[in-house]
Design a protein around this ligand. Structure first.
Ligand SMILES: N[C@@H](CCC(=O)N[C@@H](CS)C(=O)NCC(=O)O)C(=O)O
Length: 204
């Protein structure tokens, strides 16, 4: 059985949604990130980066990083393209999300990662928010004229949905992003998404 270590409202929500929709029995392990549960010795043995998500595979081995976990879950549950070119495009999108969109947001919430000089925090946060907002606009463009980022619903869409919830959390004018907001509304119609939002206590 798979075990998911996740933090409420964190990027792990994408894997949480996929697992909840899969119909397969899995063990959800909630982590209190504010209390630093991701930095305990036992957890760091599984994921030396001290981050969620972490997926413990059927054989007990840990798998870290959204860029690996989401394709793994997608292949397991039929939410991943089979064609080589489509797969490369999906990987390109996941790379953009993990390497650009997510770190932009980290500048807002975790400025201490980028400088020890606390007087520089406001500038880092402000620029991070601008960059993050710019990426959300890009994602809005990616949804223009389509329901899902791939040929059908795939693991890319719950991942995109996570960043929408972060935009709401940062009080960005998300309603202006019409295509992205329509994606959010489509996601909210999925019963598993409702269950995950309720469990993680996230309002969107
Ligand atoms: N590159 C990692 C980043 C994961 C990550 O930064 N997770 C955040 C939550 S969104 C976390 O665990 N933060 C806890 C911390 O920084 O202490 C991935 O994409 O899986």
């Amino acid at each position: 059985m798979l075990t998911l270590y996740y933090g409420p409202g964190a990027c792990s929500m994408a894997s949480h949604i996929v697992l909840e929709e899969s119909g397969e029995k899995y063990e959800p392990r909630r982590m209190d990130l504010a209390k630093g549960e991701q930095r305990t010795e036992a957890y760091l043995k599984m994921n030396p980066q001290g981050r969620v998500p972490l997926l413990q595979l059927d054989n007990g081995e840990p798998l870290a990083e959204n860029t690996a976990i989401l394709p793994y879950l997608g292949k397991r549950f039929g939410l991943w393209p089979k064609d080589g070119t489509a797969e490369a495009k999906a990987l390109s999108t996941i790379g953009f999300f993990a390497a650009s969109v997510h770190p932009a947001h980290a500048h807002v919430g975790r400025p201490e990662r980028y400088t020890a000089d606390q007087s520089a925090f406001p500038g880092i946060k402000e620029q991070g928010l601008k960059t993050f907002h710019g990426h959300l606009k890009q994602i809005d463009g990616m949804y223009a004229g389509r329901e899902w980022l791939g040929d059908g619903y795939s693991v890319l869409d719950p991942y995109a949905f996570v960043f929408y919830t972060w935009g709401v959390r940062r009080e960005l004018p998300m309603g202006e992003l019409k295509n992205y907001t329509a994606l959010k509304d489509r996601m909210l119609k999925r019963p598993a998404v409702g269950r995950v939002l309720e469990d993680e206590k996230i309002k969107v």
